[in-house]
Design a protein around this ligand. Sequence first.
Ligand SMILES: Cc1ncc(COP(=O)(O)O)c(C=O)c1O
Length: 401
Amino acid sequence: MKKLSIPAFSLGRQIAQNKTALLAAFEQVIDQQAFIGGSFVAAFEQQLATYLDSSYVISCNSGTDALWMALHALRIPKNGIVLTTPFSFIASSTEIAAHGGHPVFIDIEHDTFNINPQLLAAWLEKNAYFEGQTTIHKATGFPVVGIIPVDLFGQCADYRMLHDIAETWNLWIIEDTAQAIGASYGEKKAGTLGNIGAFSFYPTKNLGAFGDAGACVTDDPILAERLLQVRHHGRKAGYDYEELGINSRLDALQAVALAQRLPLLDGFNDRRRAIAQQYNHAFATLPNVQVPRQISGHHVYHQYTILVRDISGKSLRSELEHYLAQHGIQTRIFYPQPLHTIPFLNTHLALATACPVATMVSDACLSLPMWPEMTDEEVQAVCSTVQTFFAQPRMAQHSAV
Ligand SMILES: Cc1ncc(COP(=O)(O)O)c(C=O)c1O
């Protein structure tokens, strides 16, 4: 039997399919020597705005910069408290701390892996009060200013409840949608569900560049103006600098790569959804596997992440991970450490929270191979190898009821 070799993620086939068009796009940029700013970048921003049905797209150098710029544009005050998820890539929290703010971690739902809005509402009820238009944290006196939900693994957080909470407590929302381009919630596309949406086009994302790239998206003209200014050293016009900003640019080579691939995105995402369905079907009868739950909206499966536990709740992840690796199937762990346990993100003793669900999920989660160009045979091989692992006699004790 031929040994399998299925990577967790690969761009090889996708690049091979689109190489001619990509090289032609790069050639145009080189020929015009329009490397920074200019019409290629503007054209991609317009194309993305149309795709998202959003008024303003302000491109930048990365998803991390997009979050930094969004917090800056929303004028996060020093000591401002932002409620966010403990189960994400670190950038969704670090940028709060980078502005002198405090991330407060609200635990997640065990099956969507997104922030739990019920717990968020409960935290505010217990810990905050209103003073004029400002929400104040009782124990520290710091203002509570916003929420950063993350649309983790390609699924939007529960914005219906999040909007209600934001309205009740006068908070803004920055939607970290680095992993969910093309997803939707109700009628709206991911990235358009908060005051500002922050995208990353890191090469492994559903829409990836060939290097670093990101964007902020908003419908608010004032925020759009501030974002434009802050990404360019705080420049108002010419050599007139109004505030401290950064230099964060999407370069034209990345812009044309993204412009070339954006029309293909929905097709890529459909394929991801079809793969997820094959996985869901194959694992439906395995008692030790929890498959991701899709709530309302269109999940685009940036990752397909399962929880593997025995009947007592003990993680079986490393056994499965090693078994799959031995059989030529690569997996990934997103994320092995929940953010509330990272010391430098615990910025104030009175703001520490317990997040037992995120801790459990970090211990038992495993992301299976997920990329649009996987063949049905490869998907099937992953399914049957997982099934064979759980069919081993030594696994019976773990699933007995
Ligand atoms: C949820 C989340 N937020 C933010 C980022 C940061 O994006 P970038 O790597 O482009 O800075 C990422 C990317 O890895 C991410 O997955």
